[in-house]
Design a protein around this ligand. Sequence first.
Ligand code: SF4
Ligand code: SF4
Length: 144
Amino acid sequence: MNRRAFFAALGAALVEGARASSTYRADALARAAKADLGDNTIPCNNCDYCMPCPYGLDIPGILGCWNEAVAEGRLPDNPGDPAYAANRRRFLIGYARAVPALRSAARCTGCGHCSSHCPQSIDIPAAVRRVDDLVEKLRRNGRA
Ligand code: SF4
Ligand code: SF4
């Protein structure tokens, strides 16, 4: 399954899951996509069961920015990559547009309220911290 097919299949699964009032199919596809794309993908299927976060974070939005970059092969995690500067800029701009500062990963308190609601058993505080660490690193690298 290539990246474009992953998003097409995941979108179709979410529609199907909503119709059937079940996230089973979407969950299965998210797991398959994770296996296909490697461990870098966070297996969030955007179900919103973890929401609302008591501290206002847009959890699926935050994780979605990461997953989209992974799926498109442009996660800026290697400064030695010739595409790093372009990917860094694109990630930071996309993240700022998708997730308002007051709802961003930096606001996570680690309270853990979210994880028990996640059908994908994602360690959400850790996943959110992973995104925040990347954002902070990318911002620092821009100032260097
Ligand atoms: S751990 Fe972070 S993301 Fe989860 S509910 Fe608490 S503040 Fe929100
Ligand atoms: S509950 Fe889990 S799978 Fe659903 S949106 Fe939240 S993090 Fe993603």
